[in-house]
Design a protein around this ligand. Structure first.
Ligand code: RTP
Ligand code: MG
Length: 161
């Protein structure tokens, strides 16, 4: 159901990385985003091909960690999703915490679930531009759903964004 009265939502691309799937943490980490009030616009389980990984991580090409990053993100199934909400990009990055598990604050996803530099559980877009590029890598426009929650009026005012 599309509801045109809803405030304009920002969208971000989130990936629950191979370590998240392998450690059976999909539900618990998805719950962090749901608890915050972000809305799933799209979601799928998939294995990222080398070609898609190279498109996604093109901004990191040439960096020392790039080969390991591509190898890791293509190593097993991941959950790819689009989350929507006011300031969804920044809100998601705050929920995720700093890049490396050993630096991420307790209370954040990376801070609570890991210590690694590479196995850091989750990816989130870092700007509106990268969100648009990344969403288009994984989803077609008609796979993105726009809908209202029954309790939306209790969560935020329609004129807040
Ligand atoms: P992500 O893109 O995965 O959401 O992570 P991020 O924005 O917090 O970090 P970014 O700088 O974009 O790095 C992408 C991924 O590369 C790995 N990395 N390793 N020095 C290193 O060893 C290093 N730096 C980055 C991490 O897995 C990071 O998530
Ligand atoms: Mg990044």
């Amino acid at each position: 159901m599309k509801d045109d009265r809803l405030p304009t939502m920002e969208q971000t691309l989130i990936i629950l990385k191979p370590d998240c799937v392998q450690r059976r943490l999909i539900g618990r980490i998805l719950a962090r985003f749901e608890d915050k009030g972000l809305k799933l616009a799209a979601m799928k389980l998939m294995q990222i091909s080398r070609e898609l990984a190279e498109r996604h991580y093109a901004p990191h090409k040439g960096k020392p960690f790039y080969p390991g990053l591509i190898e890791y993100i293509t190593s097993g199934p991941v959950v790819v999703m689009v989350l929507a909400g006011p300031r969804a990009i920044d809100v998601s990055r705050k929920l995720m915490g700093k890049t490396f598990g050993y630096e991420a604050e307790p209370g954040t996803i990376r801070g609570d679930f890991g210590l690694s530099r590479t196995f850091n559980l989750v990816h989130g877009s870092d700007s509106p531009e990268s969100a648009a590029t990344e969403i288009a890598i994984y989803f077609t426009q008609d796979e993105l759903h726009s809908y209202g929650f029954a309790d939306e009026a209790s969560v935020m005012r329609a004129d807040e964004v």
